[in-house]
Design a protein around this ligand. Sequence first.
Ligand code: GLN
Length: 287
Amino acid sequence: MTREAATVASRLDEATARIASALGLKKREARLEARVLAAFAWNVAPAWLIAHDTDLPSEAQTTQFETLLARRLAGEPVAHLTGTREFFGRTFQVSPDVLIPRPDTELLVERALARIPPDQTVDVLDLGTGSGCIALTLALERPLAHVTATDRSAAALAVAQRNASILDAHVEFLNSDWFDGLGGRRFDLIVSNPPYIPAADPHLSRGDVRFEPQTALVAGMDGLDDLRRLIAAAGAHLKPGGTLLLEHGYDQAGAVRDLLRRSGFFHPQSWRDLAGHERVSGGDLSE
Ligand code: GLN
Protein backbone atom coordinates (compact mmCIF):
# COMPACT_ATOMS: atom_id res chain seq x y z
CA MET A 1 0.00 0.00 0.00
CA THR A 2 1.36 3.42 -0.80
CA ARG A 3 0.68 6.19 1.59
CA GLU A 4 1.13 9.87 0.93
CA ALA A 5 4.26 11.19 2.61
CA ALA A 6 3.55 12.71 6.00
CA THR A 7 5.94 14.22 8.52
CA VAL A 8 6.63 12.84 11.99
CA ALA A 9 4.65 15.77 13.40
CA SER A 10 1.61 15.16 11.24
CA ARG A 11 1.63 11.39 11.96
CA LEU A 12 1.68 12.21 15.67
CA ASP A 13 -1.14 14.75 15.33
CA GLU A 14 -3.26 12.25 13.46
CA ALA A 15 -2.54 9.47 15.97
CA THR A 16 -3.35 11.81 18.87
CA ALA A 17 -6.75 12.63 17.41
CA ARG A 18 -7.55 8.95 16.78
CA ILE A 19 -6.48 7.85 20.28
CA ALA A 20 -8.44 10.70 21.91
CA SER A 21 -11.62 9.89 20.04
CA ALA A 22 -11.43 6.06 20.21
CA LEU A 23 -10.54 5.89 23.91
CA GLY A 24 -12.17 9.07 25.21
CA LEU A 25 -8.87 10.46 26.46
CA LYS A 26 -7.95 14.10 26.91
CA LYS A 27 -5.82 15.46 24.10
CA ARG A 28 -2.81 15.87 26.39
CA GLU A 29 -2.95 12.19 27.47
CA ALA A 30 -3.55 11.04 23.91
CA ARG A 31 -0.53 13.01 22.65
CA LEU A 32 1.65 11.48 25.35
CA GLU A 33 0.50 8.00 24.33
CA ALA A 34 1.10 8.73 20.63
CA ARG A 35 4.65 9.84 21.44
CA VAL A 36 5.37 6.81 23.64
CA LEU A 37 4.10 4.44 20.93
CA ALA A 38 5.97 6.18 18.10
CA ALA A 39 9.20 6.26 20.09
CA PHE A 40 8.77 2.56 20.87
CA ALA A 41 7.84 1.63 17.28
CA TRP A 42 10.85 3.46 15.86
CA ASN A 43 13.22 2.62 18.70
CA VAL A 44 14.09 6.25 19.33
CA ALA A 45 14.06 8.46 22.43
CA PRO A 46 10.94 10.64 22.81
CA ALA A 47 13.16 13.73 22.34
CA TRP A 48 14.08 12.45 18.86
CA LEU A 49 10.46 12.94 17.78
CA ILE A 50 10.70 16.64 18.56
CA ALA A 51 14.10 17.13 16.95
CA HIS A 52 12.92 15.25 13.83
CA ASP A 53 9.36 16.55 13.55
CA THR A 54 9.72 17.46 9.86
CA ASP A 55 11.31 14.11 8.88
CA LEU A 56 9.28 11.81 6.65
CA PRO A 57 8.95 8.36 8.29
CA SER A 58 9.67 5.50 5.88
CA GLU A 59 6.92 3.16 4.73
CA ALA A 60 8.26 0.51 7.13
CA GLN A 61 8.27 2.94 10.04
CA THR A 62 4.74 4.04 9.24
CA THR A 63 3.56 0.43 9.17
CA GLN A 64 5.26 -0.35 12.50
CA PHE A 65 3.59 2.64 14.13
CA GLU A 66 0.19 1.86 12.58
CA THR A 67 0.31 -1.73 13.86
CA LEU A 68 0.87 -0.58 17.44
CA LEU A 69 -1.67 2.21 17.09
CA ALA A 70 -4.36 -0.21 15.89
CA ARG A 71 -3.82 -2.35 19.00
CA ARG A 72 -4.00 0.71 21.25
CA LEU A 73 -7.19 1.89 19.51
CA ALA A 74 -8.68 -1.54 20.30
CA GLY A 75 -7.98 -0.85 23.99
CA GLU A 76 -4.74 -2.70 24.73
CA PRO A 77 -2.82 -0.88 27.48
CA VAL A 78 0.23 1.10 26.39
CA ALA A 79 2.25 -0.82 29.01
CA HIS A 80 1.39 -4.10 27.25
CA LEU A 81 2.39 -2.69 23.87
CA THR A 82 5.76 -1.42 25.07
CA GLY A 83 6.20 -4.15 27.72
CA THR A 84 7.23 -1.62 30.35
CA ARG A 85 5.91 0.95 32.82
CA GLU A 86 7.74 3.53 34.94
CA PHE A 87 7.31 3.30 38.70
CA PHE A 88 9.08 5.42 41.31
CA GLY A 89 11.61 6.55 38.69
CA ARG A 90 12.51 3.07 37.43
CA THR A 91 11.41 1.01 34.44
CA PHE A 92 9.57 -2.25 35.18
CA GLN A 93 8.85 -5.05 32.73
CA VAL A 94 5.13 -5.72 32.51
CA SER A 95 3.10 -8.56 30.99
CA PRO A 96 -0.59 -9.53 31.00
CA ASP A 97 0.27 -11.79 33.99
CA VAL A 98 0.68 -8.82 36.35
CA LEU A 99 -1.12 -5.66 37.34
CA ILE A 100 0.34 -2.63 35.57
CA PRO A 101 2.10 -0.45 38.19
CA ARG A 102 0.09 2.69 38.97
CA PRO A 103 1.13 6.08 40.33
CA ASP A 104 -1.32 5.58 43.26
CA THR A 105 0.87 2.78 44.55
CA GLU A 106 3.82 5.16 44.93
CA LEU A 107 1.95 6.43 48.01
CA LEU A 108 2.16 2.96 49.58
CA VAL A 109 5.89 2.90 48.81
CA GLU A 110 6.40 6.35 50.35
CA ARG A 111 4.58 5.35 53.55
CA ALA A 112 6.61 2.12 53.71
CA LEU A 113 9.91 4.00 53.22
CA ALA A 114 8.96 6.28 56.10
CA ARG A 115 8.82 3.11 58.26
CA ILE A 116 12.17 1.67 57.17
CA PRO A 117 15.16 3.48 58.70
CA PRO A 118 17.98 3.53 56.11
CA ASP A 119 20.56 2.44 58.69
CA GLN A 120 18.74 -0.58 60.11
CA THR A 121 18.17 -4.16 59.02
CA VAL A 122 14.41 -4.45 58.80
CA ASP A 123 12.44 -7.51 57.64
CA VAL A 124 9.85 -6.48 55.06
CA LEU A 125 7.17 -8.59 53.36
CA ASP A 126 5.28 -7.63 50.16
CA LEU A 127 2.25 -9.86 49.60
CA GLY A 128 1.00 -10.36 46.02
CA THR A 129 4.00 -8.64 44.49
CA GLY A 130 2.91 -8.86 40.81
CA SER A 131 5.54 -7.03 38.74
CA GLY A 132 7.54 -6.60 41.95
CA CYS A 133 7.32 -2.81 41.74
CA ILE A 134 6.72 -2.35 45.50
CA ALA A 135 9.19 -4.93 46.82
CA LEU A 136 11.97 -4.01 44.40
CA THR A 137 11.59 -0.29 45.00
CA LEU A 138 11.80 -0.84 48.77
CA ALA A 139 14.86 -3.07 48.37
CA LEU A 140 16.59 -0.56 46.09
CA GLU A 141 15.76 2.46 48.25
CA ARG A 142 16.70 0.65 51.49
CA PRO A 143 19.63 -1.66 50.73
CA LEU A 144 19.90 -2.82 54.36
CA ALA A 145 16.30 -4.06 54.44
CA HIS A 146 15.64 -7.76 53.87
CA VAL A 147 12.67 -7.82 51.51
CA THR A 148 10.56 -10.94 50.85
CA ALA A 149 8.00 -10.89 48.03
CA THR A 150 5.24 -13.44 47.49
CA ASP A 151 2.73 -14.17 44.78
CA ARG A 152 0.25 -16.98 44.26
CA SER A 153 0.89 -16.77 40.51
CA ALA A 154 4.10 -18.41 39.27
CA ALA A 155 3.84 -16.36 36.06
CA ALA A 156 3.74 -13.12 38.08
CA LEU A 157 6.73 -14.23 40.15
CA ALA A 158 8.69 -14.83 36.95
CA VAL A 159 8.03 -11.22 35.88
CA ALA A 160 9.07 -9.93 39.31
CA GLN A 161 12.22 -12.04 39.28
CA ARG A 162 13.14 -10.76 35.84
CA ASN A 163 12.68 -7.18 37.06
CA ALA A 164 14.86 -7.95 40.09
CA SER A 165 17.68 -9.18 37.89
CA ILE A 166 17.41 -6.25 35.44
CA LEU A 167 17.33 -3.70 38.28
CA ASP A 168 19.81 -5.64 40.42
CA ALA A 169 17.47 -5.68 43.41
CA HIS A 170 18.02 -8.24 46.17
CA VAL A 171 14.64 -9.68 47.06
CA GLU A 172 13.64 -13.15 48.31
CA PHE A 173 10.76 -14.55 46.22
CA LEU A 174 8.24 -17.10 47.43
CA ASN A 175 5.30 -18.75 45.68
CA SER A 176 2.58 -18.34 48.30
CA ASP A 177 -1.15 -17.65 48.53
CA TRP A 178 -1.04 -14.68 50.91
CA PHE A 179 0.54 -16.00 54.15
CA ASP A 180 0.05 -19.71 53.40
CA GLY A 181 3.65 -20.47 52.41
CA LEU A 182 5.33 -18.39 55.11
CA GLY A 183 5.15 -20.82 58.04
CA GLY A 184 5.85 -19.01 61.30
CA ARG A 185 7.97 -16.23 59.78
CA ARG A 186 7.48 -12.75 61.23
CA PHE A 187 8.31 -9.33 59.78
CA ASP A 188 8.75 -5.75 60.97
CA LEU A 189 6.68 -4.39 58.11
CA ILE A 190 4.09 -6.02 55.85
CA VAL A 191 2.84 -4.20 52.75
CA SER A 192 0.38 -5.19 50.05
CA ASN A 193 -1.58 -3.85 47.12
CA PRO A 194 -4.17 -6.65 47.05
CA PRO A 195 -7.17 -6.98 44.72
CA TYR A 196 -9.85 -4.60 46.00
CA ILE A 197 -12.38 -3.94 43.24
CA PRO A 198 -15.98 -5.14 43.86
CA ALA A 199 -16.99 -7.90 41.41
CA ALA A 200 -19.84 -5.87 39.89
CA ASP A 201 -17.87 -2.60 39.55
CA PRO A 202 -18.63 -1.19 36.07
CA HIS A 203 -15.09 0.19 35.92
CA LEU A 204 -13.90 -3.40 35.28
CA SER A 205 -15.31 -3.21 31.77
CA ARG A 206 -13.45 -0.01 30.87
CA GLY A 207 -9.85 0.87 30.12
CA ASP A 208 -6.66 -1.02 30.99
CA VAL A 209 -8.22 -3.29 33.65
CA ARG A 210 -9.96 -5.31 30.91
CA PHE A 211 -6.52 -6.59 29.90
CA GLU A 212 -5.13 -7.18 33.38
CA PRO A 213 -5.41 -10.37 35.49
CA GLN A 214 -8.84 -10.36 37.17
CA THR A 215 -7.31 -12.23 40.12
CA ALA A 216 -5.14 -9.17 40.79
CA LEU A 217 -8.13 -6.81 40.69
CA VAL A 218 -11.37 -8.36 41.91
CA ALA A 219 -12.09 -9.26 45.54
CA GLY A 220 -15.66 -10.43 46.09
CA MET A 221 -18.91 -8.51 46.29
CA ASP A 222 -17.60 -5.54 48.27
CA GLY A 223 -13.97 -5.69 47.13
CA LEU A 224 -12.84 -6.40 50.69
CA ASP A 225 -12.43 -10.22 50.62
CA ASP A 226 -8.63 -10.19 50.38
CA LEU A 227 -8.18 -7.17 52.64
CA ARG A 228 -10.24 -8.98 55.31
CA ARG A 229 -8.12 -12.10 54.95
CA LEU A 230 -4.83 -10.21 55.04
CA ILE A 231 -5.73 -8.07 58.02
CA ALA A 232 -7.02 -11.05 60.04
CA ALA A 233 -3.83 -13.05 59.45
CA ALA A 234 -1.18 -10.29 59.51
CA GLY A 235 -0.81 -10.06 63.31
CA ALA A 236 0.56 -13.61 63.47
CA HIS A 237 3.29 -12.64 60.97
CA LEU A 238 4.39 -9.35 62.51
CA LYS A 239 7.05 -8.90 65.16
CA PRO A 240 6.03 -7.01 68.30
CA GLY A 241 5.45 -3.38 67.30
CA GLY A 242 5.34 -4.31 63.59
CA THR A 243 3.38 -2.36 60.97
CA LEU A 244 0.85 -3.33 58.29
CA LEU A 245 0.31 -0.99 55.31
CA LEU A 246 -2.32 -1.65 52.65
CA GLU A 247 -3.51 -0.04 49.45
CA HIS A 248 -7.30 -0.12 48.96
CA GLY A 249 -10.14 1.41 46.96
CA TYR A 250 -10.91 5.14 47.11
CA ASP A 251 -13.99 4.52 49.30
CA GLN A 252 -12.69 1.68 51.49
CA ALA A 253 -10.51 3.55 54.03
CA GLY A 254 -13.14 3.59 56.80
CA ALA A 255 -13.85 -0.13 56.40
CA VAL A 256 -10.14 -0.96 56.35
CA ARG A 257 -9.45 1.08 59.51
CA ASP A 258 -12.32 -0.78 61.24
CA LEU A 259 -10.90 -4.14 60.17
CA LEU A 260 -7.46 -3.11 61.45
CA ARG A 261 -8.88 -2.01 64.81
CA ARG A 262 -10.86 -5.24 65.20
CA SER A 263 -7.73 -7.30 64.51
CA GLY A 264 -5.78 -5.60 67.29
CA PHE A 265 -3.95 -2.86 65.38
CA PHE A 266 -3.44 0.42 67.18
CA HIS A 267 -4.14 3.89 65.81
CA PRO A 268 -5.10 2.96 62.25
CA GLN A 269 -4.38 5.82 59.85
CA SER A 270 -5.09 6.56 56.19
CA TRP A 271 -3.23 8.64 53.64
CA ARG A 272 -4.49 10.42 50.53
CA ASP A 273 -3.30 9.83 46.97
CA LEU A 274 -2.66 12.57 44.40
CA ALA A 275 -6.35 12.65 43.52
CA GLY A 276 -7.19 13.34 47.20
CA HIS A 277 -8.64 9.87 47.94
CA GLU A 278 -7.69 7.97 51.07
CA ARG A 279 -5.83 5.19 49.24
CA VAL A 280 -3.49 3.63 51.81
CA SER A 281 -4.23 2.63 55.41
CA GLY A 282 -2.15 1.05 58.10
CA GLY A 283 -1.73 0.33 61.74
CA ASP A 284 0.80 -1.15 64.11
CA LEU A 285 0.98 -3.65 66.90
CA SER A 286 2.20 -1.23 69.57
CA GLU A 287 0.32 1.49 71.41
N1 GLN B 1 -5.99 0.80 41.43
C1 GLN B 1 -6.40 -0.21 40.51
C2 GLN B 1 -7.58 0.30 39.69
O1 GLN B 1 -8.47 0.87 40.21
C3 GLN B 1 -6.78 -1.49 41.22
C4 GLN B 1 -5.63 -2.10 41.89
C5 GLN B 1 -6.00 -3.23 42.77
O2 GLN B 1 -7.07 -3.83 42.70
N2 GLN B 1 -5.11 -3.54 43.63
O3 GLN B 1 -7.57 0.11 38.50
